[in-house]
Design a protein around this ligand. Structure first.
Ligand code: PMP
Length: 451
């Protein structure tokens, strides 16, 4: 398909994407036709390293052979099924997932998207606790359904949508590189958490229900809460009778170097977790997982959540196959190895070219925060854009993320099956792209000076 045809379809038949948003200007980006492993190919035959794993749904690698063969086989026997009767792939997935969940997590229900699962998790927490108010991080993101998950996606600017769900409020994100209280960890003794809960108590409109957070905040700029933070948060949440919900959409099933992102901290035991993204190996399926006690109490109070396609055999079979791939291919270990290689390479790039304020993340969820000056930490939004553009020209795709108005974090999410050679190639492209951005910056400064 040529560019003029693409433009015609976009202009004539597509609901437009907001120009200034991260999905704006789609028509001038590559149009994809094929994908395999850690690469995608466009209509012009150009192949890119996909260091965003599609929309993070391809963390096992695109078209993983085990997933493709499972989907093909299941399609031939049963593609769609009623949810008013059980089917075998669905039962197998409940058991497969239940056996890898850290206890006391044990029970699951299936939905289609990550947003669905978080919406249901909040409903479940409300029914189980009898509470209403839900807290989330001010740099968090939990979905795009029109009421609850958007309202809790504080990092997507709640002012963009007119109706905000009642009983939703933010607490400060423990963003140590840019501490909102201008303190330093660990001497801060987590004042951000203490102050946030003091304020939350004053704001609650009734009995509180839950806190929801990502073990590593992805869209907010790959922010890793400091050691001990989640345990301290749990100690605030529990006495208030609130449930702890962890959104493992981007951190679950191997991506951070452990099976679940919350396992990096000792003593953290969430009441509910949600999984989605690569859970279906590339197909859309999500899960809400909870303890038997929470599930039973919520259901006794009227909780239920479902979708027409939530128990489709083909999706459930893909879910079981994806867990098998993660476990059998030891992808959590592979993620940890990729993290090391990427962090070493990115740190070296920062030493060569400057601009790098912070290299962070876990496993294959990595962020590089760019600043114009390491002392003032001025966000280098322009350089981030220039590097992203140049890297795309050279054959590497990744996204820019950040908190509030900043878009200065290069976010890398390579598939867990990415080879060392592919990681090295990505690092070489980044090295060139940083050099290019630095040159462009020097020229721009010289131009300004000459005026
Ligand atoms: N939770 C997190 C942490 C996410 O990053 C996202 C989307 N990127 C979602 C939930 C929403 O998932 P979905 O788009 O599948 O509804």
């Amino acid at each position: 398909m040529d560019r003029s045809k693409v433009r015609e379809i976009v202009e004539t038949f597509m609901v437009p994407t907001q120009k200034s948003s991260y999905m704006g200007g789609l028509e001038s980006r590559p149009v994809l036709v094929a994908s395999r492993g850690s690469t995608v190919t466009d209509t012009e035959g150009k192949t890119y390293l996909d260091f965003q794993s599609g929309q993070m749904g391809a963390a096992l690698g695109h078209q993983h052979p085990r997933i493709v063969s499972t989907i093909n086989e299941t399609m031939l026997s049963m593609m769609h099924s009623t949810k008013t009767m059980l089917n075998v792939p669905r039962l197998e997935l409940h058991e497969r997932l239940g056996r890898i969940l850290p206890r006391p997590l044990q029970k699951s229900l299936f939905l289609v998207s990550g947003s669905d699962s978080n919406e249901a998790a909040v409903d479940m927490a409300r029914k189980a606790t009898g509470g209403m108010d839900v807290l989330g991080f001010h740099a968090g993101l939990h979905g795009s359904t029109s009421l609850i998950t958007r309202s809790l996606s504080f990092n997507w600017s709640r002012s963009k949508h007119s109706a905000v769900a009642p009983g939703t409020a933010a607490i400060l994100t423990p963003y140590c590189y840019r501490c909102p209280l201008r303190l330093s960890f660990p001497s801060c003794e987590l004042q951000c958490l203490k102050a946030s809960f003091e304020l939350a108590d004053a704001n609650f409109t009734g009995k509180p229900a839950a806190f929801i957070g990502e073990p590593v905040l992805s869209a907010g700029g790959v922010i890793v809460p400091p050691k001990g933070y989640y345990k301290a948060l749990q100690d605030e949440v529990r006495p208030r009778g609130m449930a702890l919900i962890l959104d493992e959409a981007q951190t679950g099933l191997g991506k951070t170097g452990k099976l679940f992102g919350f396992q990096h901290e000792t003593g953290v035991s969430p009441d509910i977790i949600t999984v989605s993204k690569h859970f279906g190996g590339g197909l859309p399926i999500s899960a809400v997982c909870s303890t038997a006690e929470i599930a039973d109490r919520a259901v006794a109070n009227g909780f239920f959540a479902t979708r027409s396609h939530a128990a489709d055999p083909v999706l459930c079979a893909a879910g079981t196959a994806s867990i098998d791939v993660v476990v059998n291919e030891k992808l959590a270990d592979r993620s940890a190895a990729i993290e090391q290689r990427m962090k070493d390479g990115l740190t070296a790039i920062g030493q060569r070219h400057g601009l790098v304020g912070d290299v962070r993340g876990r496993g294959v969820l990595l962020g590089v925060e760019l600043v114009t000056d390491p002392v003032t930490k001025n966000p280098a939004n322009g350089a981030a854009q220039a590097i992203q553009k140049r890297a795309m020209e050279l054959g590497l795709i990744f996204q820019l993320r950040g908190t509030g108005s900043m878009l200065n974090v290069l976010r890398f999410v390579p598939p867990m099956t990415t080879t060392d050679a592919e990681v090295n190639r990505a690092l070489a492209i980044l090295d060139d792209s940083f050099a290019y951005a630095a040159q462009a910056d020097t020229k721009a400064r010289a131009g300004v000076a000459a005026q």
